[in-house]
Ligand binder design. Sequence first.
Ligand code: SF4
Ligand code: SF4
Length: 377
Amino acid sequence: MPSARVAVVKCDTYDAPAVEEAVTRGLALLGGAAEFVRPGERIVLKPNLLVASGADKAVTTHPAVFSAVTRELAAAGAELSWGDSPGFGTTLGVGRKAGIAQAAEALGIPAADFEHGRVMSFPDGQLIKQFTIAEGVAAADGLVSLPKLKTHALTRMTGAVKNQFGCIPGLLKNEFHSRMPDIEHFSQMLVDLNRLIMPRLAVMDAIVAMQGNGPRNGDPRHVGVLLLSDDVVALDALGCRIMALDPTLVDTVVYGERWGLGSATDIELLGDELPVFEDYVVNRSRASTTGGRMSSPTVKRLVTPRPFIVAERCTKCGTCVEVCPVEPKAVDWPGGDRSVPPAYDYERCIRCYCCQEMCPERAIEVKVPVLGRIIRR
Ligand code: SF4
Ligand code: SF4
């Protein structure tokens, strides 16, 4: 028996009837919504609400997917709420821009508290023994994850496992970036977080995914499927396969399987054929932030991919400075001068790429220094 089951359902549009039909079919392939929620259970829906962005930009989970899943779970008797802790902005503000807040209002689904946190001990954590989780998640009986399939500068791809990072409220997320600057530990933390939350179900929105400079500033890519499973590792492994990306390059997948969160290799596919795009624009080199074990400042400066600002696109909004988790800031106004773009101090920069993730103008890109390119060959 395969240890993971994933429903793959073709869907080429966000038209509500088509998405509803696809979600209903996907859940039926897995045994129906009642397999995941029971009547009267408090279930929080967790879409990807990274930053304020319109649904057409492929940054956030599409409201049609949110609505279709909501209808199915409500019909199964679950008491639903929704929320996310965005990387920048408020849950309601970002939710409104994405169309999720309006969809929730139309269906009578209240917002959960993602502003305040509750400390939860996790003795089974391989790396982290205690998390502060959004109150709305801590108070719920279960969580249903609604990730968006996207590329990511730090983790190569972002999908079902990383979606739960938004269950950590506000600036506490930044602390993890500064405490765990290397990709391996950051990914291990994400796996532990998922082992604590254990999403009941994940429905990955890959109808229109993101490629290129993700997770915020990439380009929409029509993929045309929804993926459904209770195994977030399997979903991400399949997300990699869609991108023609080796899943062993993605530490959340590697440690997700190693630490028993799910299966990346033993997956039963139900439903339609999984599309694979050999030309998907994604970084297929091995991820490195601080250079792993080669973490001396000099090596880090010379080999790890670094963010840089494309001055012509920069509107000097200051978002990158605000979200940088390092103190003193690794990207800041040179001499306090706000009339020019911020500048980087690469010796301080931990390569978390929060600045690249949050820049609203696509003005920050990531490039591999020459020595890093040579080493990766
Ligand atoms: S976030 Fe982007 S646009 Fe805003 S100051 Fe930084 S680089 Fe410029
Ligand atoms: S400058 Fe950017 S990549 Fe470097 S630590 Fe700050 S937010 Fe992270």
